[in-house]
Design a protein around this ligand. Sequence first.
Ligand SMILES: [Zn+2]
Length: 131
Amino acid sequence: MKKPQKFRVGRSNTGLGLFATETIEKRELIVEYTGRRITNAKAVEIEWTRSNRYLFELNSKWTIDGSSRRNIARYANHSCKPNAEPDTVRGRMMYRALKRIRPGTEITIDYGEEYVELFFAKHGCKCAECV
Ligand SMILES: [Zn+2]
């Protein structure tokens, strides 16, 4: 899928983030979460080390290791009230808009309870909803 990007990487209050540069319509696909495929069993091993926060479970067998910098989707930050969600489309992990996203708005995903427990345990969630 080669569509012109409607977002850019920019500064957010927690580091880098993805920001809409054009209006993104509700249900529109925004970006693919790309990376090497590893088995879910391997992903669980890595998760315990907390060394890689870019593992994304694709289905019952495969996880995507999205830690490569070429994976622009990795810059989308977590929010407890996100405006986009991951969606599997023909075996690929896509981020899809949950609502219309206006230019300049940060694109956010709910990474789920497991992620929040693993990576925000010490300092708590820093998303706009929580601070
Ligand atoms: Zn939060």
